[in-house]
Design a protein around this ligand. Sequence first.
Ligand SMILES: C[S@@+](CC[C@H](N)C(=O)[O-])C[C@H]1O[C@@H](n2cnc3c(N)ncnc32)[C@H](O)[C@@H]1O
Length: 172
Amino acid sequence: MTVIDCGAAPGSWSQVAVKHVNSLGQDKSALQGFVISVDLQYMVPVPGATILSDRDFTSAKCQKEILNHLRGQLADVVLSDMAPNATGVKSLDHDIIIKLCMSVTDFSRVVLKDSGSLLCKLWQGQDQRQLVDRMAARFGQVKVVKPLASRKDSAEVFVLAKDFKRDKEDET
Ligand SMILES: C[S@@+](CC[C@H](N)C(=O)[O-])C[C@H]1O[C@@H](n2cnc3c(N)ncnc32)[C@H](O)[C@@H]1O
């Protein structure tokens, strides 16, 4: 499997993805996967992941670079744990993270395989419905999840979208 991890620094999700997709090829009986990890910040190497650090995921240049690394292949999973530095103004922080989520959702249309999945973190707010609707237009299942590891008093939730339906419009 191929996984794109957006907002990957310092790299714990990428480490888990590397293990799951066997991108180091340690399990000889399984297929070897591929992980691309992107972040605005510098990242120390994560063995088994292709690191694109000091990159703004939302830029066309960065997204093109990701596609170049995929060499015409499509991805199975797109993850986004991207978050801005919180200002403390809830509505503003929500607006910024929603823009990141929208950018990941639009990029997923370009990069995901049919039946692929997208998991995206956001801070709850007024535009959450709009994001979920945008995902629901192209994914068979979309749900908002709050894992046990996420603090109950935090506005953080994750939108999990499965079963991507590729369309002729979705070109790489
Ligand atoms: C909560 S941390 C991610 C933690 C990571 N999932 C892990 O397992 O170590 C959020 C990250 O999103 C990154 N980020 C925010 N905006 C971004 C953008 N436009 N492009 C790429 N990364 C971004 C931040 O630099 C930060 O490292």
